[in-house]
Design a protein around this ligand. Structure first.
Ligand SMILES: NC(=O)c1ccc[n+]([C@@H]2O[C@H](COP(=O)([O-])OP(=O)(O)OC[C@H]3O[C@@H](n4cnc5c(N)ncnc54)[C@H](O)[C@@H]3O)[C@@H](O)[C@H]2O)c1
Length: 270
């Protein structure tokens, strides 16, 4: 079990919402869920399918929650029934966390131009970008009294990162989708933001060729000289989803120990 600790409080007391994307106890969605629960939120979870239930259920129960709904985001019928269940169990909701992405292993290595197939491109966009647009539409229908949404992105959307390839293009789409959704939903008091997290040791990271090196470079070149922490990412999600984040929307917040501002890494003294 993970060793993170999250500050307790009442910032999310009385707030209900959905967290999508817990696969195991290293998932970013799981860190965020624990932080939101520690601040009083009531949370329902969607997970990728029955195969993951054995791993996800004990986590959900460990924070006193029980609402778990299987949903493959590439399947409309799954999404229909997931949001119907959410509506019947929660009525209205206040927040959405989307922490879902996928690209084939073969696409996450080597040449972007050489390895990106039409099907691989379509799948990466569908699961990593459209799923957020789709979830935002469905979740916003349940946000009858305003609300807030957060998705997870990575620097590969803005800069070239080896092996990230089609996922970088997908994340660029996701960041643009964040801004367009923020525009649509703003007049209803619904804020939409993205967190650009530095490299973290999760299942998704394990799928990227050279992931270990991305982690060590992310730490060694960062301004803080440390790994991106789950506490930092979850704390940012809490800030964006709670009243603390009032007036912030359409934003991409970097939580990466300052890596994204580095132009040239530290040099040996001449
Ligand atoms: N780990 C990192 O270094 C890092 C950095 C920045 C951003 N992110 C992003 O954070 C998010 C969460 O990833 P993570 O690192 O926690 O890894 P993770 O593997 O724990 O989470 C990815 C989740 O996506 C889900 N998923 C994939 N395809 C799906 C589908 N068809 N239907 C439903 N769910 C599906 C998986 O079940 C899993 O729960 C992703 O968007 C990822 O790109 C990760």
């Amino acid at each position: 079990m993970s060793e993170w600790t999250f500050p307790k409080g009442d910032l999310m007391k009385g707030k209900k919402g959905l967290v999508m994307g817990v696969a195991n106890d290293r998932s970013i969605a799981w860190g965020i869920a624990q932080q939101l629960a520690a601040q009083g939120a009531e949370i329902a979870f969607t997970y990728q399918g029955e195969a993951l239930e054995r791993r996800v259920r004990p986590l959900v129960e460990s924070i006193g929650m029980s609402k778990m709904i299987p949903a493959d985001v590439s399947n409309d019928a799954d999404m229909d029934s997931a949001f119907e269940r959410l509506a019947s169990e929660f009525g209205s909701i206040d927040f959405l966390v989307h922490a879902i992405a996928f690209a084939g292993k073969e696409e996450l290595q080597g040449s972007f131009v050489g390895n990106t197939t039409r099907e691989g491109f379509r799948r990466a966009m569908d699961i990593s970008v459209f799923s957020f647009v789709d979830a935002a539409r469905r979740a916003s229908a349940l946000m009858t009294d305003g609300g807030a949404m957060v998705t997870l992105t990575y620097l590969g959307a803005e800069r070239v990162v080896p092996s990230y390839n089609v996922m970088g293009v997908a994340k660029a789409g996701l960041e643009a989708a964040t801004r367009y959704a923020a525009r649509d939903l703003g007049p209803r008091g619904i804020r939409v933001n993205a967190i650009s997290a530095g490299p973290m040791r999760t299942l998704a990271m394990a799928g990227i060729r050279g992931g270990k090196q991305l982690m060590s470079t992310g730490r060694d070149w960062s301004l803080l000289k440390e790994d991106t922490s789950m506490e930092g990412v979850a704390g940012c999600a809490l800030y964006l989803l709670s009243p603390l984040g009032r007036s912030i929307t359409g934003e991409v917040v970097h939580v990466d120990a300052g890596f994204h501002v580095v132009g040239v890494p530290d040099m040996q003294e001449p």
